[in-house]
Every structure is written in C-alpha cells, then in structure tokens.
Design a protein around this ligand. Structure first.
Ligand SMILES: [Zn+2]
Ligand SMILES: [Zn+2]
Ligand SMILES: [Zn+2]
Length: 151
C-alpha cells in the first residue's frame, strides 16, 4: 500500500534531525530494508540515531504512508521509500532484494468487488510478488553448471 509524499514528511518538531536522517538513508537504500539495516546504514554515515528512534520513526512514517511496508513471512518488517507516488505493488527478488514498483492491475478491481460482495468498507489491500530476478537466476544456473561439471 503506498501513497508517498515527495517532501520530508511532517511528523512534528521533535526529533526532526533524526527523522530527516532516517528519510534520507531510506531514499538511498534501493531495497526493502529492516530497521536494523537502516540503523547500520545511519551508523556507516556517522549519523547517531538510536535503534529505538529508528523503529519509532519508521512506524510513524508508515502510519502516514510516507514509506512502504513489507511484512515478511518470517515476521520481519521491511521498509522502503518508493519513487512511485501513486498506489502500487511490489515485485521483490528473494535473493538480492531488487524491487520493482508495479501496478496492481486486476487486483484493484478484484479487491473492490470482494469487499462489496461482503458489504465491507475497504480500507486497503496487500499483494506483493516474490521471485528471482534474471541476474540471480543466471547466478544460480551458473552455480548449478559448475557443480555438475565438477561431478
Ligand atoms: Zn512501494
Ligand atoms: Zn535478484
Ligand atoms: Zn493495489
């Protein structure tokens, strides 16, 4: 789910420096990243923001839909600052994390129809696609060939 504001999101005046730092790092990271990864990226840039602040900032950014959230099956929550401003979905490479922003296509109509059918007032929907990108597929194929050649 994603409606993205292009400016630095306004979350009140407190901790503005930290928030700006988190948003800037998110913009640099192209892949969906965990709070820990984002925290490490901040440290690498010598920006001192506590992990708790990173968590809280990401949560409030997600609440105002300034960042996209991916809930992984292992319970991990990943965040990404997407470039598409309108509502979109994601195609994510499970090996390298490469992410493509894709339109929902028939998912949009289907979600609306199902909600209507059950008299639900729709508040949102989620549909992400996971797979392996061409680059990672080639790496896997090569590794397999090497393996069979060796044997
Ligand atoms: Zn997105
Ligand atoms: Zn990949
Ligand atoms: Zn959608």
């Amino acid at each position: 789910m994603a409606t993205i504001n292009s400016g630095i999101p306004k979350l009140g005046v407190r901790n503005t420096r930290q928030r700006t730092a988190v948003v800037n790092v998110l913009r640099e990271l192209d892949n969906f990243s965990s709070a820990k990864t984002i925290h490490a990226a901040l440290e690498a840039r010598e920006l001192r923001v506590g992990l708790t602040t990173v968590y809280r900032t990401l949560q409030s950014l997600a609440e105002i839909e300034a960042v996209d959230v991916l809930n992984m099956s292992n319970g991990e929550t990943l965040y990404r600052h997407c470039t598409t401003e309108k509502h979109h979905h994601h195609l994510v490479c499970v090996d390298c994390g490469r992410t493509e922003e894709i339109p929902g296509g028939p998912v949009e109509t289907w979600a609306r129809q199902v909600a209507e059918e059950y008299d639900f007032d729709i508040t949102g929907h989620d549909a992400e696609i996971f797979g392996r990108c061409p680059k990672c597929l080639a790496i896997r194929r090569e590794a397999k060939e090497e393996h069979s050649n060796a044997g």
